[in-house]
Design a protein around this ligand. Sequence first.
Ligand code: ADP
Ligand code: MG
Length: 628
Amino acid sequence: MQEKGTISIHTENIFPIIKKFLYSDHEIFLRELVSNAVDATQKIKRLATLGQYAGELGDLTVEVAFDEKKKTISISDKGLGMTAEEIKKYINQIAFSGATEFVEKFKDAKDANEIIGKFGLGFYSAFMVAKNVEIHTLSYQEGAEPAIWTCDGSTEFEIKKGKRKSRGTEIILYINEDSEEFLDKWKLQGILDKYCKFLPVPIKFGTKSQSVEDGVDDKGEKKWKSIEVDNIINTTSPIWTKSPNDLQDEDYLAFYKGLYPMGEDPLFWIHLNVDYPFNLTGVLYFPKLKNDFELQRNKIKLFSRQVFITDEVKDIVPEFLMLLHGVIDSPDIPLNVSRSFLQADGNVKKINNYITKKVADKLSELFKKDRKVYEEKWNDIGLFVKYGMISEEKFYEKGKEFTLLKNTKDEFYTLDEYREKVAATQTDKNEQVIYLYANDVKKQDSFIDSALKKEYDVLVMDSPIDNHFIQHVETKLEKTQLKRVDADVIEKLIQKEAAYANLLTEDQSKSVKELFEKAIQNKTYTVEIEGLNPEEFPVTITMEEWMRRMKEMAQTGGGPMSFYGSLPDSYKVAINANHPLVDKILKAEGEEEQVKLAKQAFDLALLSQGLLTGKDLTAFVKRSVEMI
Ligand code: ADP
Ligand code: MG
């Protein structure tokens, strides 16, 4: 039996196209060939289970080996093998139907990127690194003849009778000059570690022979001997393939350590397991968050039937859960498609929703099970929850039940609980409930103090996401406004009917305003005279809530908001008309003295907010010393 033929395809030579466009990463040839070997092995096992194969299964280990001198890499399995007819059917025709389609589309495609990777040519990826490929195979079927297929990367192939005596297939690649980097133990080891670490069939990788020390000879020189070095490189049943009932916390933690040897222990995890309407398994971990959380993205690994595919899961996992770690395994995620295609894929959408729901359920469960523990972990989980609530409406609906607000006394409240807490005291005359918050409790201490004196509560909103979270929550909660404690004097933040009246005459108010303007001499500050509680500070410097928010958004967002970023800072200087100091300034002798007192009062206000620095601070200290 010997046959030559031409692979039926319109294009003279498909391989340059494959090479150039199909796979950006040449290394995946190994993933494709090893997973074919694994598939063939799984199939023979299945046939045996079904009683359709009565022979011995024997050792089913898949072997990957290379030979530096012959410049070959071989992948061999003891799977079901192929007859010559099957080679023609599965290798020549089936694979090339994909290729034909590829070439058809390629002809008209405007953008090559559009089609890259749309067609998985599995076996043919071998030609990305090989100038010649041989298949030596013997089918499990009774009376089957061994066959050898060879192809040099043109559309010509040859099938002849082979010599193989045992069931299975060996693929031999004759590596081309450009790809000799792959004839290296560490290189191959690395690729296998990346893609094949969790394949369901044992994979052996060896250099076949290696020199090792073998004692010393008569002259005292080291002796060497050649041994065969092989080792199994994979775990065949990683934890995500097991039932959660069979696993202990230690198993999850050990698996985590295996994936991220440098990482700290995770906070908790979710075992995903669904088979309808799509198939998905996996374990997602919540890591302890570091401030620099950008670095922690892209930690989720995507597998398809235990074959590693990518750690770019951007379109499969909801954006806000990109901070999670772990693995997802789904044969239902289309792999060889472009990103935009992926986003439109129905299964991907369902998977996305499923993960979102699972995460929400887990958080809700933790919250209900042990509130105390949940609160302790809030610093780490809060970011996910807030991010999720902002970016996914569905998650907001669930998250509002278990998102927590923390106040300056380190007490935690859910959204509903908090409303109940402050509604009575912090409703202003317009029926708006005002939530006060600080983002820097040290800097805003004097403001927090004024609020607490009035029996108001102050929230701490100091995480990087809080600006956006505040904005979002405000649109969701009815009749509610969030105001930073230093956005105005406390009487103005929560305006009640019985505000203090300004006891100064109009003339007095006018001259106080002028004195302060002379003292400050800076357009950034707008002076306003207000009738406040005489117990409050004489001078308070604030930046309006909306203005500050716009500026903050401009800093993080850019775009149309950046206009606000370019505005100069503008502060309000509230002078408490009812404070005794104002009276003292009015009565002081000579304008020079009056301005000096005003300046001193203004600097004190700056000082209390950490705004007084450099030369101004030095001048203030000098002036204070003189005055004493
Ligand atoms: P896919 O794996 O997606 O079917 P491939 O191009 O990787 O596509 O392989 C084409 C076909 O060739 C496989 O479906 C299988 O029938 C056959 N095949 C490839 N490798 C082997 C192997 N090692 N043993 C048996 N059959 C194989
Ligand atoms: Mg394949």
